[in-house]
Design a protein around this ligand. Structure first.
Ligand code: NAI
Length: 454
């Protein structure tokens, strides 16, 4: 059977590309070895946000005395939370499959392997059958990095150590949880388990949490979570994992931490194993498939999108890259701009950012001015965040007054950040932002307040 397009991987990049290709009347085959929706829907973004929402309700119910609301006997039912999480996934998965069906996309369950480039197209093997695609889009995603720490393999085997996949189905709340890696997954899971009663310790090898986020925001978030009882061990490395403890080496020497469970969240790697990239000579770097700004690889008619290119491991980047690939296939002019991609950490308070940070601006030698405002400039923020210490930072290009970056700590940040992303994408200068009308009272007004400070 020959297809116009074969897509390997049914996560955000793959299913969105399939949807668009089907809509454009390309005969499309989507191959998925696990579940449609990929990591994002089944073991990432969506389930974690469902859990975090329940934790937020629980926090609010217990800590709202200062707002004049007192609730007694507040109970957190982890089993019900997990059941609801599964229901949410099911609703969304059903919707995606329905859309693909409506667009005549064929879905094939199995693991796709590239066999060869033939005159009629690319031969892809799935479950002992070979399929031909005139064009190929690779979107197999990523998987957790498993570093060579002594005892880690055994810990994973006996479920003392879990990854992002298992933690979302953990049957009971552990009394204590050690988290290796204070990045996005580590912080979101720390937020959940701290809210629902685990004693959480984060072990991070860098001197700050949150990876590439703004450093002031990383410090404020850390202070906030320290007050809530989380222990942060920065500049620390895990040396050994034992039966119910881990040995770390930090600034004060070696130490042993006991924990009921350990979450491993030290980053993700390309899922290229067994994909057969070598069979057609695809160029890779650290196993990530190299693509240009049109989504093309070094082999004509082969495209790649999503985590597999290693550029920005976010579901919304994957959607956009899928759109770019399909546009290129359809002969439309459209290129990827990585500058205006917002990033969010769904802690409570939320972190969101877009564009340059002070660190990245300095590395590039950009001349910028920083405007840093307390979120308390926003009436809505004060009304809803008793004692909150959120901030908004804007980076402005000194020469042309363009907005270079925006970074927020405070709730609704996840919903606000698309505004600054749009402003950066459209090269807006600060006067443009000053002239916009924001709804009042909203937390989003902080962006205009910031712009008016210049
Ligand atoms: P990450 O790259 O965000 O964070 C990993 C952290 O682990 C880093 O801070 C790193 O310094 C640290 N680390 C690495 N090796 C270590 C070691 N041996 N000991 C101690 N610390 C170590 O990776 P993470 O959290 O695993 O997330 C994976 C991907 O999933 C990311 O690319 C992220 O963007 C994406 N994601 C996005 C979410 C969102 O958009 N809200 C939510 C969850 C994941």
């Amino acid at each position: 059977m020959t297809y116009d397009l074969i897509i390997v991987g049914g996560g955000p990049a793959g299913y969105h590309a399939a949807d668009l290709a089907g809509k454009a009347k390309l005969k499309t085959l989507l191959i998925e070895k696990n579940k449609i929706g990929g990591v994002c829907l089944n073991e990432g973004c969506i389930p974690s946000k469902t859990l975090l929402y329940s934790a937020k309700l629980y926090d609010n119910a217990r800590h709202s005395n200062k707002y004049g609301v007192t609730a007694e006997n507040v109970v957190f039912d982890h089993k019900t939370v997990l059941k609801r999480k599964d229901k949410v996934i099911k609703i969304l998965a059903t919707g995606i499959k329905k859309r693909l069906k409506n667009n005549d996309v064929e879905i094939l369950a199995g693991s796709g392997q590239i066999l060869a480039k033939k005159p009629a197209g690319f031969a892809i093997q799935v479950n002992d059958t070979s399929y031909l695609g005139k064009k190929l889009l690779l979107a197999p995603g990523s998987e957790p990095v498993i570093p060579p720490i002594p005892g880690l393999k055994e810990g994973l085997e006996n479920s003392f150590v879990v990854t992002n996949r298992e933690i979302l189905n953990i049957p009971a709340i552990p009394s204590s949880l050690a988290i290796i890696g204070g990045g996005v997954i580590g912080l979101e899971m720390a937020s959940y388990f701290n809210s629902v009663g685990s004693k959480v310790t984060i072990i991070e090898m860098l001197d700050h949490i949150g990876g590439n986020i703004d450093l002031d925001i990383a410090n404020l978030l850390q202070q906030d979570y320290q007050k809530k009882g989380i222990t942060f061990l920065l500049n620390s490395r895990v040396m050994q994992i034992n039966n119910n403890s881990i040995t770390i080496a930090g600034p004060k020497g070696q130490d042993t931490i006991e924990a009921e469970n350990v979450l491993l969240s030290v980053g993700r790697k390309a899922a290229t194993a067994a994909l057969g990239v070598e069979n057609i000579g695809l160029n890779t770097e650290r196993d990530f498939i190299i693509t240009n700004e049109l989504g093309q690889t070094n082999i004509p008619d082969v495209y790649a999108a999503g985590d597999i290119n290693g550029k920005s491991m976010l579901a919304h980047t994957a959607y956009k890259e899928a759109e770019i690939c399909i546009s290129t296939i359809l002969g439309k002019e459209s290129v990827m701009n990585y500058q205006a991609i917002p990033a969010v950490i769904y802690t409570n308070p939320e972190v969101a950012g877009c564009g340059e940070t002070e660190t990245s601006a300095q590395e590039k030698g950009l001349e910028y001015k920083t405007i840093s405002l307390s979120m308390r400039y926003s009436g809505r923020y004060i009304a809803e965040n008793e004692g909150g210490n959120g901030i908004c930072k804007l980076l402005i290009d000194k020469k042309n007054k363009r907005l270079l970056g925006a970074h927020l700590l405070g709730n609704y940040a996840s919903e606000i950040i698309f505004g600054p992303a749009l402003m950066i994408e459209k090269n807006m200068i600060i006067e443009d932002i000053q002239n916009l009308v924001f709804p009042h009272p909203t937390v989003s007004e902080i962006i205009k307040e910031g712009a008016l400070e210049l």
